[in-house]
Design a protein around this ligand. Structure first.
Ligand code: EPU
Length: 335
């Protein structure tokens, strides 16, 4: 593996922050990584698409950029296939591959930035589908030992934007391959209101996976800023879940509150609504601010530092806490 010193990470994080890595290398081959890790003494840091992290300082470690590629069908059943995807594949390229092959299951997850290897870490989700719905297993390489480990669905402890890889195994496992189940006769999921509205508007009565993907791309592009134009990491915060009792109390005070009842008896409140009510939507402070079309997104207008963005995020957290007594939790990994 070719190791570069003092590498700028500017083009490797979607917030567009110019921090440096003490060392940097591209991982293209699992075998090479495994034998490297068996001798390695340096601290390590795994990087995928850099689309879900806020870098507030230089990385005093060897950055392993996941570039493990390849998409192949490894099992072919009557109704579905199991597809093995390299952790360094770009997530949306894989979605487009699935649509070309007429395989369903990931069309609602179109245009999510980042890599396939990062997808299980936060159990990516959008428009009524989460990665866990189609997840079979993954291969991870333990950084400390170079040992290969297989994680099945139950091992991953998937939850809303969460998994074991954000908890006890945080930063410890390099995800080399992911295996997902895709359907040969896909049933489309239009449960998310915005998708149905786009289909109605286009007068599409019997949508296929391509129509769903196009609708999702349209919705996302209309609300979420393109990181190539405006630095950001998608939703900065998770949508909070609160108890029925806390919710009823809040609803008495704020009758217009937007909410979703969850199967677990809790109530989900869109963080974007809470942030907008506190007056942050479209507000710019220095080089950063909350996005004008989706209050959940924090943007870098150019020249912001990670610390500046973090400070803005904490102002938002404080004001939501003060007005609603709800503590927002960042979804983005703050380094
Ligand atoms: N809303 C506002 N103000 C806003 C935006 C939204 O009040 O500026 C309210 C509206 O009532 C709207 C509701 O919030 O109906 C929900 O908004 P939206 O459909 O945009 O979804 P979200 O809850 O804000 C979540 C995910 C997104 C995902 C969408 C669609 C999280 C943290 N975010 O956003 O994921 O694309 O649903 O499924 O769960 C990401 O993780 O980076 C991401 C973009």
């Amino acid at each position: 593996m070719k190791i570069v010193e003092n590498q700028s990470l500017l083009s490797y994080n979607t917030f567009g922050l110019d921090v440096r890595a003490k060392w940097f290398t591209r991982v293209k081959d699992v075998e090479v990584l495994v034998s490297f890790l068996k001798k390695n003494k340096r601290p390590l840091f795994i990087l995928g698409g850099g689309s879900n992290m806020l870098l507030t300082k230089d990385i005093e470690a060897l950055v392993l950029k996941n570039e493990i590629k390849g998409i192949k069908i490894i099992r072919d059943f009557k109704h579905c296939v199991h597809v093995e995807i390299g952790g360094g594949e770009v997530w949306h390229s894989f979605v487009l591959w699935a649509i070309r092959k007429k395989l369903g299951g990931v069309e609602n997850l179109s245009l999510i930035p980042g890599t396939v290897g990062a997808a299980p870490i936060q159990n990516i989700g959008a428009y009524g589908v989460e990665l866990k719905d189609i997840f079979i297993k993954l291969e991870g390489i333990e950084l400390a030992s170079g040992r290969r480990r297989i994680f099945y669905k139950k091992d991953c402890l998937f939850a809303y934007r969460d998994s074991i890889f954000k908890k006890t195994l945080k930063g410890k496992i390099f995800i080399s391959k992911v295996v997902l189940r895709l359907d040969k006769k896909p049933r489309v999921n239009t449960s998310y209101g915005a998708i149905q509205s786009v289909l109605d508007y286009k007068k599409i009565k019997a949508p296929g996976i391509k129509d769903i993907s196009k609708a999702v791309i349209e919705i996302r592009s209309s609300k979420l800023p393109d990181p190539a134009e405006l630095g950001n990491a998608g939703s900065f915060f998770k949508n909070p879940e609160i108890s029925q009792t806390a919710f009823r109390k809040l609803q008495r005070e704020f009758p217009n509150i937007v909410f979703y009842d969850l199967p677990n008896g809790k109530v989900k409140i869109p963080a974007a609504w809470l942030i907008e009510q506190c007056g942050w939507k479209g507000k710019r402070i220095g080089h950063t601010g909350s996005h004008a079309r989706q209050a959940l997104v924090i943007v870098n207008y150019g020249g912001a530092t990670g610390e500046e963005i973090k400070a803005h995020a904490y102002h938002v957290i404080d004001s939501v806490k003060e007005k609603f007594n709800i503590k927002l939790r960042p979804e983005v990994n703050i380094i």
